[in-house]
Design a protein around this ligand. Structure first.
Ligand code: ZN
Length: 136
């Protein structure tokens, strides 16, 4: 069973995936008031401008939330359970959903520092989150 991969050609996410290919996280940014617009939306939530550019954001942040998955939602992931999904905040209000790796469930703490890790899987480059190593 092939692993489902994200739709990397969706226009509103093209800049995000282009950045991930270069191991950079970037999100839409308003050219007028410079507010970050993540997740992507049709207009700036601050000033209403429709146009946008792309701005890099830190590839590290803090663990905002997580869930341990014990039942595969797709047969391709059946061999990987249990695994942990997480929400990482890298800037105020900028949160990414992803996979948390490299930590036992009992050692997970909300607010712990995590760092993005880029890995190729199933034909796409994905972002995983791993607890930040001391000094890293
Ligand atoms: Zn704006």
């Amino acid at each position: 069973m092939p692993r489902p991969v994200p739709a990397v050609d969706a226009p509103e996410l093209a800049g995000y995936w282009e950045g991930v290919a270069r191991q950079v996280l970037q999100v839409p940014q308003c050219p007028s008031c410079h507010a970050l617009r993540w997740p992507p939306r049709g207009a700036c939530p601050v000033c209403g401008v429709v146009e946008f550019g792309w701005a890099p954001v830190p590839a590290a942040g803090t663990l905002h939330s997580y869930a341990v998955v014990n039942r595969a939602f797709h047969p391709a992931f059946a061999g990987e359970i249990p695994y942990t999904l997480c929400v990482t905040e890298v800037a105020p209000g900028v949160r990414f959903l992803g996979r948390l790796v490299g930590v036992a469930d009992r050692d997970i703490e909300l607010g712990m520092p995590v760092t993005a890790e880029f890995a190729d899987a199933g034909g796409a480059r994905l972002v995983y989150w791993r607890p930040t190593q001391p000094g890293g």
